[in-house]
Structure formats: C-alpha cells, structure tokens
Design a protein around this ligand. Sequence first.
Ligand code: NAP
Length: 292
Amino acid sequence: MKSFASSLGNKNKFLILGCGFSGSFFAKTIRQFGCTALTSSRSEDKDPNSFVFNSEKAIVPNEKIFDGVTHILSCIPPDKQGNDPVLQSLKSKLQNLSLEWVGYLSTTGVYGNTKGDWVSEMDQPNPFQERSQKRLNCEKEWINSGLPVQIFRLPGIYGPGRSTFDAIRNQKIRVIFKKDQVFSRIHVADITNAIIYLLQNKDSLKFHQIINITDDEPCSQIEVIQHCYDLLGLKMPKPIYFEDAKNELSAIAQSFWMENRRVSNKLLCKTLGYKLIYKNYKLGLKNCFLNI
Ligand SMILES: NC(=O)c1ccc[n+]([C@@H]2O[C@H](COP(=O)([O-])OP(=O)(O)OC[C@H]3O[C@@H](n4cnc5c(N)ncnc54)[C@H](OP(=O)(O)O)[C@@H]3O)[C@@H](O)[C@H]2O)c1
C-alpha cells in the first residue's frame, strides 16, 4: 500500500468520532501511515490522542481539537430518537472547517429484506426495521449537509476480539438453524483498508458517494459457527430451529433473523478495484483464531 505521505500529503489530521471497534482499528492503522488521528469516546480518557464527545450529555469537543482537521470518520450510530449524534451537535462546526473528506459508517440494514437475493448500491433502500429507517434518514442528512461525505454500508462486523470465538468463549453462542437464511459480513481490517485504498486513489477513481464494504461470500451463520468449533477442535452443540428458539431471543436478536440478503461488493471490488484481505469468513476467522 502507498504511504499517505506520498499520496495524500503528511498534513492529514483525522478525527475519528466514535472510537469503538471499527473506529479504533482505523485510528491505529492510519497512525501507522504517519497521519495524526484523534479519537472520541463518551467517557473521560487520559489518552492524549482521545477526547470526550457525548451528544446525549451535550459534551462537545473543545475548539482546539478541530484545528487543522482535514478528514473525519464518523462511526457513531443514530441515537434513540433517530438523530445523528454528530450532525445534531457538530454540523455547523464541521461545515466551517476546510475538510477534504468525511466518511460515515452506515449499515446494509437500509436495504431491508431481499429474501436472500443480492442487493447493491444501485437498488433503492427499503428499510424493514424502524432502526434502519432512522439510519437511512441519517444517511440523507449527511448527504444534504453539504460536507464532502462518503457513506460506507456495512454488514455484520467481526475481527479479533469480536467474533464467534468470543461468543463461544463467553458462552453466548446460540446455534440456530433457519432454512435458506444467509448473512453478509466483513472483517474490521477490510473496512479500514478499503477506506484507506479509496483515499489513496481518490484522484484517479470516480467518486461514489455510497459504497458497500462486504466480503465475497454471504453464508449461513451455522456454517460459520461450525467452522469455529472445527478450528477449536470442539463439538458444536446441536442446532435449534429458529421457530423453537425465537421466543428466547431478544427483540434485537430476533430482528436480525427477519431479514435475509446477500450484499454485493462489486462496486468496491470490481469497479473500484479494491482487493479484500479476507474475502470470506474462513480467511477472516483464521486471523481471529491466530489472535485469540
Ligand atoms: N457492529 C456491527 O456489526 C455493525 C454492522 C453494521 C454497521 N454498524 C455501524 O457501524 C458503525 C461502527 O460500528 P462499531 O461496531 O465499530 O461501533 P461501536 O464499537 O459500537 O462504537 C460506537 C462508537 O460510538 C460512540 N457513541 C455512541 N453513541 C454516542 C453518542 N450519543 N455520542 C457520542 N459518541 C457516541 C461510542 O462511544 P463509547 O466509545 O464511549 O462507547 C463508540 O465509540 C456504527 O454506526 C454501527 O452502528 C455496525
């Protein structure tokens, strides 16, 4: 990969708003390219590279944080009311900066239920869940903000520290079978690397405002769980039929099973030429297994 110093200049300063699982992976990686990356969380942090931002408590970053910022990545989901925490608290502040780029991590949930069919950025979103409608509203608000925003729609995110191995270890695994049900997924390293690839090649690639970042092979959850048990050398518990399990699932867990879709990455991987590090769950889980 080209270094940022050569392709983007060494004066890049990133604010990563919402430094959770994906945000912290991005921050760590971008720093390795020599860029400055400051990260937000909702609680006090003594780390000199992080600051507090909490829209619910009206805590906004101080002015100095924004000095010289060129790039922003928002990894913060809509709040309970469906507002975008960043736009609600910081929109006019951001509009007054000279930003080169703003990234927003969204979800493929906006596509709704395609009954297992493939769906791409060309398809109209058709949210099925209320939270996905809220997300789509936030996407629209980002697009209408006038900021140079690029939206990344993500399926289930996994990686070291957040994978089926962790669910097995924490005894939170449920082996559920639902005929013909598939999920798309993405390794956290591919979210970061795809975004960096797009930034590095910004001048030569056609700009697309909405891009899916998913791996090549949507598949059933049970296939993934079986593979993890195989790698661990353990016997997978007997699967439970979804119909028998659903009353014990939380409302949010149930809702994930109500949608069935295969999300296409053709725009990112064919049209724009990004090469996935982990093109399927087997490769991605191998990385998680090695980092248990
Ligand atoms: N997890 C998935 O499988 C998945 C799938 C598709 C899309 N997404 C979306 O992709 C984005 C990144 O996902 P992730 O799993 O990496 O996120 P995550 O680990 O849950 O981190 C979310 C971050 O947002 C911050 N945050 C939440 N509410 C906030 C508020 N009101 N004000 C300020 N900060 C707030 C959190 O602060 P603290 O650090 O203080 O907690 C945290 O840093 C999210 O929008 C998520 O909904 C996730």
